[in-house]
Design a protein around this ligand. Structure first.
Ligand code: KDG
Ligand code: MG
Length: 402
């Protein structure tokens, strides 16, 4: 079998997605997600100009060799654009392999290690009262884990608190909108909201919180300590993670578990965090961390060091990424949690898929391959719309991490 074509499909059914569809001479096709929120066309161009021409004529079954060819062969290694492009190829090749074998991809990865993939939803609202109602919405639908984000008095907008409660979408304008941030106001608000949530929902519900890279290590240590009475499953992205050793300081001060990794692209971004046990959950995912092949390497390293998975699953990761993530999640020994933000009906129609939500779990498709596809005709009806993620400034106007 040989690769005869690879199409880069950019579509915007409510939000932008980039999808690679690899076609073979035997008619078997495979899909991979290549979406990089706010930078979609950079990956599309990387694929079209530099990757697709090199794929034509290759044997689709040589997944590892193709990965190494694209990674080592570029000379310029790593980075979100390169790694999302490689991820799309890798994911599509696993899809093809599954279809050829007649097996869902998770069976090729060693089979089921659990019955379902525990997912967490997003409860977010301006006030503690409204947050309680949002958490209740998820609990009523069977969720066992909920991420809680709250508005901060004195700030016009806060990360993770959106107008549309079901379909969170931060990339909202062609030129980035600007938000204002105050660490002091934030640190003074969050613990009291978790006190109310824990009190209302009892000890069994898993609670999570995303700090979105906004604190320094000592500020994060303070937050982690103040949240200890509410037994969070994790505090996510407490600090910008370029400086991996920064996590050591947080670790020295708090037992609140730490999750990080949604912006990581390779095992080298988290190697120190994992081997020194500075984190508890690694949140890298298929599309931004080099595909199924490389993500598995990251999770295998993590398994040696008591670190569990917690993959990113926001709406900017397409159903193709979610389908692939579920095959990994169900098969690895050290699965922790999977983020699950529902896609809109428009998105689901463009990406027909066989995974489903049941009783707090997502279940991967049993079809051969990944069990997801792209409806190319429908996708063509939704042209690309430039949309950027917001930026953040402190109250005095200084730029801050978003
Ligand atoms: O594109 C950026 C989003 O995916 C990100 O803001 C969502 O932090 C996020 C999360 O944990 O889902
Ligand atoms: Mg996050």
């Amino acid at each position: 079998m040989r690769i005869t074509d690879a199409k880069v499909i950019v579509t915007c059914p409510g939000r932008n997605f980039v999808t690679l569809k690899i076609v073979t001479d035997e008619g078997v096709t495979g899909v991979g997600d290549a979406t990089l929120n706010g930078r979609e066309l950079a990956v599309a161009a990387y694929l079209t100009e530099h990757v697709v021409p090199a794929l034509i004529g290759r044997d689709p079954a040589r997944i590892e060799d193709t990965w190494q060819y694209l990674y080592k062969g570029a000379y310029w290694r790593r980075g979100p654009v390169t790694m999302s492009a490689i991820a799309a190829v890798d994911t599509a090749l696993w899809d093809i392999l599954g279809k050829v074998a007649g097996l869902p991809v998770y069976r090729l990865l060693g089979g089921r290690s659990r019955e379902g993939v525990t997912v967490y939803g997003h409860a977010n609202a301006e006030t503690a009262e409204a947050v309680l109602a949002e958490v209740a919405w998820y609990v009523e639908r069977g969720y066992r884990a909920v991420r809680v984000q709250t508005g901060v008095p004195g700030l016009a907008a806060t990360y993770g608190v959106s107008g549309d409660k079901t379909f969170y979408e931060p990339a909202d304008a062609a030129i980035a909108t600007e938000a204002v941030w105050s660490t002091e106001r934030y640190l003074n608000t969050v613990p009291s909201v978790f006190a109310r949530v824990r009190d209302e929902f009892g000890p069994d519900l898993k609670l999570l919180h995303d700090v979105h890279h906004r604190l320094t290590p000592i500020e994060a240590a303070r937050l982690g300590r103040s949240l200890e009475p509410y037994a969070l499953t994790w505090m996510e992205d407490p600090v910008p993670a370029e400086l991996q050793e920064g996590f050591r300081l947080i670790r020295q001060h708090t037992t609140t578990p730490i999750a990080v990794g949604e912006v990581f692209n390779t095992v080298w971004d988290c190697q120190q965090l994992i081997t020194e046990q500075l984190i508890d959950y690694i949140r890298a995912t298929v599309v931004h961390a080099g595909g199924i092949s490389h993500l598995r390497r990251i999770f295998d390293l993590a398994a040696l060091h008591h670190v569990r998975s917690g993959s990113h699953g926001a709406t900017d990761l397409s159903p193709v990424c979610m389908a692939a993530a579920l095959h990994v999640d169900i098969s690895i020994p050290n699965f922790g949690l999977q983020e699950y933000m529902r896609h809109t009906g428009e998105t689901d129609a463009v990406f027909p898929h066989g995974y489903r939500f049941e009783n707090g779990y997502l279940l991967p498709s049993e079809e051969p391959g990944l069990g997801v596809d792209i409806d190319e005709e429908l996708a063509a009806k939704y042209p690309y719309q430039p949309k950027a993620l917001p930026v953040n400034r402190l109250e005095d106007g200084s730029m801050h991490s978003w």
